[in-house]
Design a protein. Structure first.
Length: 332
């Protein structure tokens, strides 16, 4: 599929005359631990690996429906494996027992989980070792697997009470270049404001699906169609609207300096959508298929949650954020 393959709808009065609302849903999220860019594990060029992956992802996105990446710069309490207490397996129950240390104070917590064979899904006990940042399983003499502490905890479904605070939201066409390659004010501000002794830093690259939901009172037909298929709103403006709405919702301190300009741009965009395209509101839904602490976002303005749903629209005093969405979204 290519972007705009249903653009004929832009010339259909039944569609253009409909009262419409946007429903914006998270469709893909890729996360990288910033520490791996600066301090890669010995023998691995993780920065180049991450860059190559992002270039490949960008190429795939551009060849299909074309999207813009909305990235979060975020932080969560520092987590490290406790190297002074070696991981071990329990005598009964096949449990792997290890310890993690949290934050500057290195508060220690005991954690248990099970390791399963990839084929049989039976619990196994491969030899295991840890450094402060990585855990390594030796499945055979020639087969070992290493994972960062954050990836391991997430993939194992282990929660230790550490959520992720959003400090900056941005927009890019080229994820391999922005924000991880070169100077970036938002990243610099976060690293300056937030203690690296207390927190780890992350970059989340998010892709959103935008549905245009409409109803024409003069015709017995309703619409629910992806904006990328109609291309009613071009890809750059689509991305900017999502970015500005998320900046407004999370209200991060790092973006306070440019708050008035961001809100002014969002207000102009929403007014233009309403006047030109009969799009009256933008509802945004952020939720992973498999919830985890790593994606349990919060900010100084928003409580931690696995699910964030809000509606952005023009009110009596300009742009307003309303918790939740009143849109009935058909199952696709």
């Amino acid at each position: 599929m290519t972007r705009g393959m249903f653009d004929f709808l832009q010339r259909e009065p039944t569609y253009t005359g409909s009262d419409k609302d946007w429903y914006v849903e998270l469709s893909h999220s890729t996360c990288f631990w910033y520490d791996l860019l600066l301090h890669p594990p010995e023998g691995f060029d993780t920065k180049q690996q991450i860059t190559d992956y992002l270039k490949q992802l960008q190429s795939i996105v551009e060849s299909q429906l074309d999207k813009r990446f909305i990235y979060f710069l975020a932080a969560r309490k520092k987590l490290r494996f406790c190297v002074s207490k070696r991981p071990r397996y329990s005598f009964f129950g096949n449990n792997l027992i290890f310890y993690v240390e949290m934050g500057r104070e290195k508060i220690r917590r005991k954690v248990t989980t099970k390791i399963f064979d990839a084929q049989t899904r039976e619990p196994i006990k491969p030899p295991v070792e840890v450094s402060d940042r990585f855990i390594t399983f030796h499945y055979t003499a020639n087969h070992k697997v290493s994972m960062s502490i954050h990836d391991f905890l997430q993939s194992s479904g282990i929660e230790v009470g550490v959520n992720t605070e959003v400090h900056y939201i941005g927009y890019t066409k080229n994820p391999s270049e922005r924000p991880i390659n070169g100077a970036h004010r938002g990243l610099s501000d976060m690293l300056y404001r937030v203690s690296n002794e207390e927190y780890d830093f992350f970059v989340f690259y998010n892709l959103f699906k935008v549905l245009s939901i409409g109803m024409n009172p003069t015709a017995p037909i309703n619409f629910c169609v992806a904006n990328s298929m109609v291309d009613e709103i071009k890809v750059d403006e689509e991305g900017r609207i999502i970015e500005k709405a998320l900046i407004k919702y999370f209200g991060a301190e790092t973006q306070e300096l440019n708050k008035k300009n961001e809100e002014s741009e969002l207000e102009n965009s929403l007014e233009r959508l309403a006047a030109k395209n009969n799009i009256n509101s933008v509802a945004i839904h952020i939720e992973m298929d498999e919830p985890s602490e790593l994606h349990r976002f919060f900010s100084r303005s928003v409580k931690p949650s696995d699910k964030h749903v809000f509606t952005c629209r023009i009110g009596n005093s300009g742009v307003e954020i309303i918790e939740g969405s009143v849109l009935a979204v058909p199952m696709l």
